[in-house]
Every structure is written in C-alpha cells, then in structure tokens.
Design a protein around this ligand. Structure first.
Ligand code: FE2
Ligand code: FE2
Length: 192
C-alpha cells in the first residue's frame, strides 16, 4: 500500500502513530495524496508524501483521554489541536534530520506540518495537497466508519456533516470531486 521509498519513513513514524487510529489514517491519507499528485504535476511529490506520512506524529504527545476534545465536530480544546501540530513539527524535524533528509525540503515539510489543521491560508500547492489528502480521509470507507463511531454520529447525520464540509475543508477541485464520489458511494452502501 505504501511505496517502498516511503516504507522506511512510515516504519520510523509508526511508534508515534499507534494512537487515535493514526497508523490507518496515515496510510489512507497517503493514498489520497497519491491520487491528488497525479492531478497536480507542479507539486513536489517527495515534500507532499513525506509531510503526509509524518503530519500526525504529534498526537502521540496528547493524552488519549483528551484527544477527543481536540478534533472533530465536538472540538473544544484548540490548545491541544495546536499542540499536535507543534509537537508533530518538532518530532518530524528530528526524524528527518536523523534520516539525512534534504535540508531545504526538511524546512518545507516541517512548515506544512506546523499548521496543517489550523492554518487559514495554504502556504503552497504542496501544502494544499497535504491538507486535502488528510481531510479526504473523512470521506473514505475506513475514515467514515471510524469517525462516525468516535463522534457518536448516526450515518444520516454523519453524511450531512461531511457534505456540508466539502467546500470549506477542501481546497483543490480534485479533492472536492473525490469527496463527492466517496460520499455518494458511502450513501449507496449505507442504504443497501
Ligand atoms: Fe492533524
Ligand atoms: Fe491527519
């Protein structure tokens, strides 16, 4: 599922991803990033995929009992939401330095991670693709199933929440198109 080139990085990140289903979330976001990259040739694949693999390592620094307050429709603790970004940026910088990742790209990856959920305006095309890949998770079968359960939402309510979020959460037209496609499929599935 993850390309050979990024497997080592994923395995290095894995001790930080074994919380909040982030091991699965990261693989799903990676797959979405690959789909988006195919449509945006100007993006730098190595920056986007590296940032996607590492974007949520900071959640490991947030207590599991407090994580539900820091994301989703019931988010009440913006400090912890922000903390997962700043801690993620710090841990990602450590991992990439250790792996001798190109320093010019390292700074860009770390900047993307430090703000991937809270930054109002994307920094670049690379940033837009990372954010859209991350957020597309919500519409995928695994993401929708896990989120609906942890947010305590019934399918109808959950689908309505997803649909209402498409235009404000996602930035690229391809991500919006994919979100509509995934949502239509999820609705078909739910009524079967
Ligand atoms: Fe995040
Ligand atoms: Fe994420």
């Amino acid at each position: 599922m993850i390309d050979e080139r990024y497997r080592h990085l994923y395995l290095r990140a894995l001790p930080y991803l074994n919380t909040r289903f982030n091991d699965i979330h990261t693989l799903v976001a990676y797959k979405q990033a690959k789909r988006l990259l195919a449509c945006y040739p100007d993006a730098d694949e190595s920056v986007v995929l590296t940032a996607v693999v590492l974007h949520d390592v900071g959640w490991k620094m947030v207590l599991e009992s407090e994580q539900p307050t820091a994301f989703g429709p019931n988010m009440s603790n913006p400090f912890l939401q922000r903390l997962h970004e700043t801690e993620g940026a710090r841990i990602a910088a450590d991992i990439l330095s250790e792996l001798d990742f190109e320093s010019a790209k390292l700074d860009e990856v770390v900047a993307i991670i430090d703000g991937h959920d809270t930054r109002a305006v994307p920094l670049s095309t690379n940033d837009r693709l990372v954010r859209d890949a991350d957020r597309l998770w919500r519409f995928t079968p695994a993401g929708a199933r896990i989120d609906a359960q942890r947010f305590g939402m019934k399918p109808v309510e959950h689908f309505a929440w997803l649909e209402a979020g498409i235009d404000s959460w996602l930035s690229t037209s391809e991500a919006k198109r994919l979100a509509h496609e995934y949502l239509a499929e999820a609705r078909r599935h739910a009524t079967r």
